[in-house]
Ligand binder design. Structure first.
Ligand SMILES: [Zn+2]
Length: 273
């Protein structure tokens, strides 16, 4: 049995990743366009019958209307916390009613992939809660961990501990501080992005990666790190990569394959086999 991971889309225009093996495929967020998602699944040879989904929060870039229709039409199970389901009801009424409820810090399994949700710092007037996830699966009797945290205003020690020892980490690197300061966004929106319940800057992401690596004890921890949810308006792929690389080097952290998740194209697939 192998384990594969790819980011299909990342950013405020839509977020979606996929973790899969020979029997099961899990969509992590479903915020892109359903036509684009179908095309990517077809290219990856993933059968819709093997598909499950798990959603971090109810912002439209993480669960889009077209993907709700796609999930419903194809009867794809949706795993979600009760709070996030309530947030979704506000926008989508009863379009998704047969969700499977999950709880924070209580692990469950989809086939042989173990999953745990944890609480993160991301909310506004429309959404009350957001999750991060850790996934665990064995390949050739060795356990692998994937950490996933795309929207959070800050990273606390508890989150560092939860994400420690991830072999693959997806973490948001949302904004460049200067670009945000001079962007056209309304003052209130900027203040929310900067707040403890908004998003992480490139520096915040870099510092979190350093702390997670210092807290990790296993071989191959943070072998692959994806910088995700890079803002179109107040960041660039180059800024995110440069800032994170510089801070990692200043902390003598080497050996991480740093990947930048793009808005409208699939990342390379990480294959563990
Ligand atoms: Zn969000």
């Amino acid at each position: 049995m192998s384990l594969n991971f790819s980011v299909i889309a990342s950013g405020s225009s839509g977020n979606c990743s996929i973790l899969w093996n020979e029997k099961t495929a899990i969509l992590i967020d479903c915020g892109c366009n359903a036509k684009y998602l179908s095309k990517q699944l077809e290219n990856l040879n993933i059968d819709i019958k093997n598909l499950y989904s798990i959603i971090t929060h109810a912002h439209l870039d993480h669960i889009s209307v077209s993907c709700i229709n796609f999930l419903k039409k194809n009867q794809i199970p949706v795993y979600i916390t009760k709070n996030i389901f309530k947030d979704m009801l506000k926008k989508h009424e009863h379009k998704i009613k047969d969700c499977l409820y999950i709880e924070y810090n209580r692990s469950f399994a989809i086939d042989n992939i173990k999953i745990e949700a944890f609480d993160v710092y991301h909310k506004d007037a429309n959404i009350s809660k957001t999750c991060g996830f850790t996934f665990f699966s064995e390949v050739k009797k060795r356990s692998y961990k994937i950490g996933y945290i795309t929207d959070t205003g800050k990273i606390c020690n508890n989150i560092i501990k939860i994400l420690a020892n991830s072999n693959i980490l997806v973490i948001e690197s949302n904004y460049n501080k200067q670009m945000l300061e001079f962007s056209f966004r309304p003052y209130e929106n900027k203040q929310w992005i900067l707040s403890d319940f908004g998003h992480l800057s490139n520096e915040d992401a870099a510092n979190a990666i350093c702390e997670i690596q210092k807290c990790s004890t296993v071989k191959d921890s943070l072998k692959y790190v994806f910088l995700a949810h890079i803002s179109k308006h107040h960041n660039t792929y180059a800024h995110a990569r440069h800032t994170v690389n510089t801070i990692l080097l200043n902390n003598n952290i080497t050996g991480i394959n740093l990947l930048v998740a793009k808005r409208n194209s699939k990342s390379p697939t990480i294959r563990i086999n």
